[in-house]
Design a protein. Structure first.
Length: 363
């Protein structure tokens, strides 16, 4: 029998709690069960006045709003606010009722400029989430898979200027001289000639770097140099202009991971990192280097290297496909670094929440 639903039901008054409308297995419920965001108050308290000015938007609400953006791959904060206004699960997550007005989309940007711009707040949030996962036995930093990916900058590739810059001497060249002297070898002849090169600099975002993949793909970009464990948890990330070679950042990234999460026993990298300096740096740190070609002939190295496609390569694929990391609407190294930290914090948080979900409590 054909039936027709009456539109008048749209105006029917019902008494219902917001909590009843959020699906029991929604990701925001899993996140709420996995971690208590009250730690944010301690991180930001020094950036707020205790007795002056108007009451602020709750800083936990600010962080939850921006995490919604990165968790669900929403394009901008403006669009995120529109989504929160109409999505009961998002309202539930930030603690706003049906009739409460959601903060304006510019609120986060203003707070970033006034309070968070020169802080490491987002890195602290990233590592707090990661340590929570580690406490629950989900993270294994003993093997670090390292690589980088290019993220297109918010800059027109045709708006540029050419500059002549000095070629920086790589830090390991001085160490090479010292090592040769230590082993009784003659020092290499010093290069007194100052080398220069021409580079292209964006007039829109000068801190990005000109990246050339092939004849078809040329753009200004940033490089996200990243490490993850064997389970896909991101252990750390450093952001540079897209014209900085991978090999220049490995020692800094390994040092960062070691400082925050402990020294890995193994570091697995691709051919871009296959240099004598990197091999020596890792071995001096008593870290096993796993590299392609001749260095990976042992069975254990082959086994570890094969996991790159399901670890670090999967991290980058998910970040771009599901979390909006194909490009950035932000400009400048600090803001793009914030994007990296928030993207990877969201990914770790999602994994933590899904892996520790115990289901709804029985009534």
């Amino acid at each position: 029998m054909l039936s027709k639903r009456e539109e008048e039901r749209r105006n029917q008054l019902e008494v219902v709690a917001l909590d009843e409308l959020v699906p029991e297995d929604h990701l925001v419920r899993k996140i709420d069960q996995a971690i208590d965001f009250d730690f944010v108050y301690d991180l930001v308290k020094d950036h707020y006045s205790s007795n002056n000015g108007r009451p602020s938007v709750d800083p936990v609400v600010l962080i939850k709003m921006v995490l919604i953006q990165y968790l669900f791959g929403i394009r901008s904060m403006r669009q995120t606010i529109k989504e929160i206004e109409t999505n009961v699960a998002y309202r539930w997550f930030i603690g706003y009722g049906f009739s409460e007005k959601i903060p304006h989309f510019s609120t986060f940007g203003k707070n970033y400029v006034r309070r968070f711009h020169d802080t490491d707040l987002f890195e602290q949030i990233f590592y707090r989430i990661l340590r929570e996962a580690m406490k629950k036995g989900l993270v294994d930093p003993s093997v670090a898979f390292i690589d980088s990916t290019h993220v297109k900058a918010n800059a027109n590739k045709k708006k540029l200027e050419k500059k002549i810059v000095r070629v920086e001497t790589r830090s390991y060249q001085n160490q090479l001289h010292e090592d040769r002297e230590k082993h009784g070898k003659k020092p290499l002849p010093l290069q007194n000639k100052e080398e220069t090169k021409e580079i292209k600099v964006s007039t829109t975002d000068p801190e990005s770097g000109y990246y050339v993949k092939d004849e078809r793909e040329k753009s200004f970009a940033y490089s996200f140099h990243t490490a993850c464990d064997s389970k896909g948890f991101i252990l750390g990330s450093l952001v540079t202009g897209g014209n900085v070679h991978d090999s220049r950042m490995l020692d800094s990234l390994v040092s960062k991971v070691t400082e925050k999460m402990g020294k890995p026993n193994v570091v697995a990298v691709d051919a871009g990192y296959k240099t004598p300096y990197i091999a020596k740096f890792l071995m001096d740190q008593e870290i096993r280097p796993v590299m392609p070609y001749n260095l990976r002939l042992t069975e254990i190295n082959k086994s570890i290297y094969a996991k790159r496609k399901e670890t670090i390569e999967r991290v980058f694929a998910d970040a771009k496909e599901k979390h909006g990391m194909r490009w950035t609407k932000l400009r400048g190294l600090k803001k793009v670094s914030m994007q990296a930290m928030l993207t990877f914090a969201a990914m770790n948080l999602k994994k933590l929440a899904n892996w520790t979900w115990k289901g709804p409590c029985p009534a």
